[in-house]
Write a protein that binds this ligand. Structure first.
Ligand SMILES: Nc1nc2c(c(=O)[nH]1)N[C@H]1C(S)=C(S)[C@@H](COP(=O)(O)OP(=O)(O)OC[C@H]3O[C@@H](n4cnc5c(=O)[nH]c(N)nc54)[C@H](O)[C@@H]3O)O[C@H]1N2
Ligand SMILES: Nc1nc2c(c(=O)[nH]1)N[C@H]1C(S)=C(S)[C@@H](COP(=O)(O)OP(=O)(O)OC[C@H]3O[C@@H](n4cnc5c(=O)[nH]c(N)nc54)[C@H](O)[C@@H]3O)O[C@H]1N2
Ligand code: SF4
Ligand SMILES: [Mo]
Length: 707
């Protein structure tokens, strides 16, 4: 058969690289970067080939599975028909609603649901019928603080300030490792080249991280910072900028309020206080504040390391306040806002916070979702509103949420569980029914989520690479199929069957480059330009783009300001015991959360699931490289081989997440052979950012001993 050439976005991470995939109609022949892609410019990482591995993986489910009791009493998953699977799942959902009410349904959606536009456009087909308060997602083990900050300051949960690195001179980065992660809440393919270009222009990258990461290695300056102390550093930088008269709102001044209140509120946060706890000297903190404020175009950005720790929301808010008081929001070379072709800021609600709370611990909702750290207890705590039936989609919370072992046990107590997922893994092994969607390359693709975060406005649509196999269903069709059945059972209006590409077509036509604009874009324009269409670099958009009611930025946000006493109280005296370590995570360029371990090309090489420890600490404990150690926290203990390295600072140990494939009943042979341990078996569901409810998987206190 003749070679076919397909253009395709890689959907595995936020960099959304453009690919050229050659096939013979049934098999993939090659995967390369698309040099004509206006955003990724030909860049790819080693994970791009995983698209082929996912597609061909014999372990990827191609038929619905049902958990069936075997003759010997054990439970095993067996293939069943789509009709039986959808009927069984829909009946279980409807039964529970009728008997116990809508809140008896729990929902958890994982990270790939944002990389799959059919899931985004059609999850409402089911969840609008099941208006449960018990909704959870990966957001609350991840970017929740970014949403809150954007909602508080700019009026919408998706108004993310995007670092304009290509035109900047000074970049202060806390707790992000884009050289390994390829960027997050910042779609920035080819970050290495962009960092090189920044430095070649005479610009500076300053990285604060408890580990000398791949990004720190490229930085102009790297400072170790003790995990969980960033808020003291960020507020000290802010305080110095205020105290030394360096605040200058510039173009933001006409529509920004409350700056004086913030200046007053942070006076106690001196560089001396921060130096005591962060491990960075007061002189260095003051110098960084001055360098930042004096740079013509500067960026302050923080990611996982500062979001998913005890002060996630305060950190993200303070980072953006620093950008505001130096006039670096909406400035070329600062942090800017996108104007995507399908304008999700206009198309979705602004978000809301703390309008209701979780039953057991009273944790706040955000955007109608509760913190995932509360999922297990909402299953096991009896009473009105207890979760009895759980729906998971594109998520693996047993490996990805704090105290995953507790959740693993809780899932066994459910009346029923249904999972929309292509794998039988640590989470879906508990499901009574697993509904596997088509492979990624069997459906079309549009980046509804990530154009919103991109450092350049571009737009791109990819038709499917392969035909949909006979009888298979896309994620969106499964949502609609369940929705239709549930609606019939409950006597509600059935969802509409509008394919995702029609929704995108309408979104583009009605968007900022659509009909009635000089661009006149539609889905057809994108089909005609398979590498994507360049809509240009980010442009200043404020105050018009602000979604606040009065089109002003109110800096004195009550919630983070009210969080300052918690921070001061924690650091009133140094309570960390001598023996204690702080556990942090680690990403590797060939991993992606929990589900890239079933592909030979990505797992080959030496074991990556090791506990990193500083040589001085190892020596003090008499531990040798490669020895098996036990790592204890308040909630559990795990074992891992020790890797002694001065990459991590003393007092800190680092273990990647997403491993722990040794649970019974999993159908992922290569992953099981590379099982590792799940660091979330010892992260703590009670160790959270109390302000936002976000998990704190970084900075968890642990002790380490020879196993
Ligand atoms: N300790 C610690 N924990 C962490 C983190 C950390 O840094 N440290 N990081 C956190 C972060 S940032 C995140 S985003 C979460 C991720 O947490 P989750 O989203 O819960 O976990 P993933 O590992 O991404 O699991 C993805 C699941 O989606 C399935 N899947 C893949 N593609 C598709 C698809 O197209 N359709 C469907 N229906 N399913 C699909 C996979 O088979 C897998 O089961 O983990 C968080 N947990
Ligand atoms: N290769 C690969 N790429 C990925 C993923 C993956 O699993 N693998 N996951 C994707 C997802 S879902 C996300 S959300 C992004 C995440 O993208 P990033 O946030 O860029 O990635 P991380 O590696 O989690 O970076 C967090 C950094 O914070 C540091 N850190 C930990 N605790 C602290 C602290 O208290 N203070 C400070 N200042 N730093 C701290 C860690 O050492 C680490 O270097 O990556 C995405 N891309
Ligand atoms: S950086 Fe790698 S995983 Fe991320 S989109 Fe590009 S090729 Fe895919
Ligand atoms: Mo994430």
């Amino acid at each position: 058969m003749a070679t076919q050439v397909h253009h395709r976005a890689c959907h595995l991470c936020e960099a959304i690289c453009g690919l050229i995939i050659e096939t013979d109609g049934t098999e993939i022949l090659s995967i390369k970067g698309d040099k004509n892609d206006p955003l990724s410019r030909g860049h790819i990482c080693p994970k791009a080939v995983a698209l082929q591995d996912i597609h061909q993986d014999p372990d990827r489910l191609r038929q619905p599975m049902k958990k069936v009791k075997q003759a010997d009493g054990s439970l095993r998953h067996e293939p069943i028909s789509w009709d039986e699977a959808l009927d069984t799942a829909a009946n279980a959902l409807a039964d529970s609603v009728e008997r116990y009410g809508v809140d008896s349904i729990g929902v958890y959606l994982g990270n790939p649901s944002i990389h799959n536009y059919g899931m985004m456009t059609h999850q409402g087909a089911l969840f609008k019928l099941l208006r449960t308060k018990n909704r959870f997602s990966a957001t609350s083990v991840d970017q929740l603080p970014h949403h809150l900050t954007s909602m508080w300051l700019f009026g919408h949960k998706l108004m993310f300030p995007i670092p304009d690195i290509d035109r900047s001179d000074y970049f202060l980065m806390l707790g992000g490792n884009p050289v390994a992660s390829n960027g997050s809440i910042w779609t920035v393919p080819d970050i290495k080249q962009r960092i090189k270009d920044l430095k070649a222009r005479g610009g500076k990258l300053v990285v604060l991280d408890p580990r000398r990461t791949e990004t720190a290695e490229m930085a102009s300056e790297h400072h170790f910072i003790k995990p969980g102390t960033d808020a003291l550093f960020i507020l000290a930088v802010m305080n110095v900028i205020f105290q030394d008269g360096l605040a200058d709102l510039d173009q933001l001044a006409p529509f920004t309020d409350g700056v004086e209140l913030v200046a007053e509120a942070v006076r106690a946060f001196t560089p001396e206080l921060a130096a005591q706890h962060t491990g960075i000297s007061a002189a260095t903190i003051t110098r960084i504040a001055h360098d930042f404020a004096k740079a013509e175009k500067a960026i302050c950005y923080g990611r996982m390391g500062v979001s998913v720790q005890r002060y996630g929301a305060l950190n993200q808010w303070a980072i953006q306040i620093i950008n505001i008081i130096t006039g670096n929001i909406d400035r070329v070379g600062g942090s800017m806002f996108t104007l995507p072709a399908v304008d999700q800021v206009r198309n979705t609600g602004p978000g809301g916070f703390a309008r209701h709370h979780s039953r057991k611990r009273g944790l706040p909702e955000f955007d109608r979702e509760l913190p995932s750290a509360a999922l297990a207890e909402e299953i096991t705590t009896p009473g009105e509103g207890q979760i009895r039936v759980l729906f998971t989609g594109a998520g693996n919370p047993v490996l990805s949420t704090p105290n995953g072992r507790q959740l693993d046990d809780a899932l066994e107590q459910l009346d029923f569980m249904v999972s929309l997922d292509p794998y039988l893994n640590e989470t879906t092994r508990h499901a009574d029914i697993i509904l596997p969607p088509t492979s990624p390359l069997e459906h079309d693709h549009y980046d509804l989520g990530f154009h919103v975060n991109a450092l350049r406005n571009t737009t791109r649509y990819n038709p499917p690479v392969f035909e949909k196999p006979e009888g298979a269903l896309h994620d969106w069709e499964i949502f609609v199929g369940l929705g239709e059945r549930v609606a019939q059972r409950l006597g509600l209006e059935p969802p509409k069957r509008i394919p995702p590409h029609k929704i995108i077509d309408a979104g583009i036509k009605g968007g900022p480059y659509g009909e009635n604009t000089e661009h006149n874009l539609s889905l057809q324009s994108l089909i005609d330009h398979p590498s994507g269409i360049d809509l240009g670099e980010l442009k200043p958009l404020l105050p018009e783009r602000l979604q606040t009611k009065d089109k002003r930025i109110q800096c004195a946000t009550p919630e983070p300001l009210a969080d300052l006493p918690r921070l001061l109280a924690e650091f009133a005296d140094d309570t960390s015991s001598k023996d204690e370590f702080r556990l942090i995570g680690r990403r590797h360029v060939r991993d992606c959360n929990s589900w890239m371990h079933n592909y030979h090309r990505l797992v080959k090489g030496k074991n990556r699931c090791t506990l990193m420890m500083h040589p001085d600490d190892a020596k003090a404990k008499g531990l040798e490289d490669g020895t098996e150690v036990s790592i204890h926290s308040r909630v559990g203990v795990i074992h891992a081989p020790l890797e002694i390295t001065d990459q991590v600072m003393p007092g800190v140990v680092s273990l990647p997440h997403g491993y722990g494939h040794d649970r019974q009943g999993i159908q992922m042979d290569i992953a099981v052979a590379n099982k590792g341990v799940s660091c979330n078996d010892i992260t703590d569901h009670e160790y959270i950012d109390e302000l936002s409810g976000n998990a704190a998987v970084n900075g968890v206190p642990v002790t380490v001993a020879a196993a």
